[in-house]
Design a protein around this ligand. Structure first.
Ligand code: FES
Length: 172
């Protein structure tokens, strides 16, 4: 687990002092600070203490927005859209295929609106779902490390995952 960098968090909080909508900006930057790209309980408690914003309000914001995570993420994130358009065009099949090739058998819930949130044992990949990317005409849509891929197929996904794995190995 990442150690809480209170100095960096203090800077983030100071950056948005007095600005409208500061909570969202603070949380967004706080999540980026963490090497596993998530908001730990201690980080949220710290933000609450320093800003005076009740912890309950902070949690309601964090659980409302899909881009916040309360669990550590793997090195690479894969998000499968489960909206109607993507579902109709096979997103469930894509999700099942990704679980299979990433060896993610347990369908545990993240506790955040029952979305999928699974991380591989080697911590390399986190598989998630989202309600809609707003790119329905391009369904099925999958986002990998911030890049949106449209009209995905099992073959395309396999190629993308293999590529990430290859790059990971070449680094060592
Ligand atoms: S339903 Fe998948 S992008 Fe909208």
């Amino acid at each position: 687990m990442t150690k809480l960098d209170t100095k960096a968090l203090d800077k983030v909080i100071a950056r948005y002092e007095g600005k409208p909508g500061r909570l969202l900006s603070i949380l967004e930057d706080a999540q980026k600070l963490d090497e596993h790209q998530y908001l730990s309980t201690s980080a949220l408690e710290y933000v609450s203490e320093k800003t005076g914003i009740p912890l309950s309000r902070i949690y309601s914001v964090v659980t409302f927005y899909a881009f916040f995570s309360l669990k550590p993420r793997g090195d690479h994130s894969i998000t499968v859209c489960r909206g109607t358009a993507c579902h109709t065009r096979g997103s469930k099949k894509m999700l099942d295929y990704l679980k299979q090739i990433l060896d993610l058998k347990e369908d545990e819930s993240s506790g955040q609106q029952s979305k999928v949130f699974l991380t591989t044992k080697d911590n390399q990949f986190t598989l998630m779902t989202v309600a809609c990317f707003g790119q329905c005409a391009l369904a099925p849509v999958v986002e990998i490390d911030g890049t949106i891929y449209s009209n995905v197929t099992e073959r395309k996904l396999k190629g993308l995952i293999d590529n990430i794995r290859r790059k990971g190995k070449n680094k060592k």
